[in-house]
Ligand binder design. Structure first.
Ligand SMILES: [Zn+2]
Length: 254
């Protein structure tokens, strides 16, 4: 019988008999997703895609386990929607620091962080923590992985609860999708120079996205979600296999 990569079902004996090389930490958010997707959409996506990719990788030479997902992310600009939970960056840093310290104590040196929430920004944390703990931390931002395929599959590239996420949720958790979609209308910034490349400020969500979605989900489908999901799983499973194989002394594992 195949043993699931999920730590929701693995026990100590199974871990001892087949120790993992790579530990996967899915990281999501708990936030309003338009009017029609569940609050835990990002948790579901990061966790479920990690599990599916881990299973595929472990069938092809990968040796990984998947931790329970961190359910909260940076939602500082969305706190005007009920039940959205904001995790301060410093809190997120300390969570990641403690995960790394725990793994290091157990001689684990490979952490794969699978992020599904656009508001999370782990790069500065990883630079600091890789220096501190001397473990290799690889970041996967799920929705940034295959931009060329996104353009082929979807007609509207909204980045929150639009066609991409709605299609994905129709495939992963169809019972959780309310078909009464909003239009995901985006109110542009009053000053157009604020949106030119290289310039950034966070969006005041309630004003810039009146129905809490960014992008129109009208053309969403389960089939598009399945296609996109399987492409993500293929890429992520390849990463897990190569992460399993990499040895100390190789770049970037120096
Ligand atoms: Zn989302």
């Amino acid at each position: 019988m195949k043993i699931s990569p999920s730590l929701f079902s693995k026990n100590l004996r199974q871990i001892k008999n087949n120790p993992p090389e790579v530990v996967i930490l899915p990281w999501g958010a708990t936030e309003a997703h338009g009017q029609h997707l569940p609050y835990a959409s990002d948790v579901i996506q990061s966790y479920e895609i990690s599990i599916l990719a881990a299973k595929k990788a472990n069938d092809s030479g990968g040796k990984c386990v998947v931790l329970p997902a961190i359910p909260f992310g940076n939602d500082a600009q969305q706190l005007d929607s009920f039940c959205t939970i904001h995790l301060n960056s410093i809190t997120a840093f300390h969570i990641l620091d403690d995960v790394c310290a725990s793994l290091k104590k157990q001689n684990m040196s490979k952490l794969l962080l699978v992020n599904s929430h656009g508001g999370n920004n782990f790069k500065p944390f990883i630079r600091d923590l890789q220096l501190k703990h001397e473990i290799l931390i690889l970041l996967v931002d799920l929705h940034l992985m295959i931009p060329e395929k996104v353009k082929e599959i979807f007609s509207d590239y909204g980045d929150h609860s639009g066609e991409i996420e709605t299609s994905l949720m129709m495939y992963l958790k169809p019972e959780s999708v309310d078909k009464n979609f909003g239009d995901g209308k985006r109110v542009p910034f009053a000053k157009s120079s604020f949106t030119q490349s290289g310039v950034w400020t966070p969006r005041p969500w309630k004003e810039s996205h009146p129905d809490f979605g960014a992008g129109n989900p009208i053309n969403s489908s389960k089939e598009k979600g399945e296609l996109y999901c399987n492409l993500l799983i293929d890429r992520l499973s390849q990463i897990i296999v190569e992460f399993t194989e990499i040895k100390k002394g190789e770049i970037p594992f120096v």
